[in-house]
Design a protein around this ligand. Structure first.
Ligand SMILES: [Zn+2]
Length: 172
């Protein structure tokens, strides 16, 4: 078990993957599609299929300039998310929030809810247990917008969208 306080630089390096010619942009499912309302199953095989999914999710979230993307948003009902924030780019397989504290209110958008944003209350700090693409376990602490992005993406794995939690939603 590797423990990082907030974000360790060497942890970030682990997630840097090589340019992969097989990478592809995947279509993002939009709200109204039942796939976004399902509970995702844990990843059990850390194989090339998972790696290709993660590579594609990276290319997709970068192209769409999102802060994160969850596997059900590309139609895959597995517990896989990526987060792309100031602290770095992260891949979380089988992520689970084990501790949370504080509260923050702020705006969120979602690549599956185009043209809208909403105010959502989230914990200020979270502790996340997860596995990397090879199945190695990690613990990470995040705060602020990074914690918000983690909470938002993990909700997707249980069929929850930010619009379910928002106190206010408006068009952008
Ligand atoms: Zn989302």
């Amino acid at each position: 078990m590797h423990i990082s306080d907030f974000v360790a630089i060497d942890t970030m390096d682990i997630f840097k993957d090589k340019e992969n010619e097989k990478m592809a942009i995947r279509n993002i499912v939009q709200v109204g599609d039942d796939v976004l309302r399902q509970k995702c199953a844990p990843v059990e095989e850390f194989d090339e299929k998972l790696w290709l999914l993660l590579d594609d999710m990276k290319e997709t979230v970068k192209k769409e300039e999102g802060a994160g993307l969850a596997a059900p948003q590309v139609g895959i009902l597995r517990r896989v998310v990526v987060v792309d924030v100031e602290e770095g780019y992260f891949e979380f397989v089988n992520p689970k929030i084990t501790k949370q504290s504080g509260e923050q209110n702020g705006w969120e958008g979602c690549l599956s809810v185009k043209g809208k944003q909403g105010v959502v209350s989230r914990p200020m700090k979270v502790t996340l247990h997860f596995q990397d693409r090879n199945g190695n376990p990690f613990v990470l602490k995040a705060k602020g917008f990074f914690a918000r992005a983690i909470c938002h993406e993990l909700d997707h794995l249980d069929g929850v969208l930010y619009i379910d939690r928002a106190s206010h939603v408006e068009k952008v």
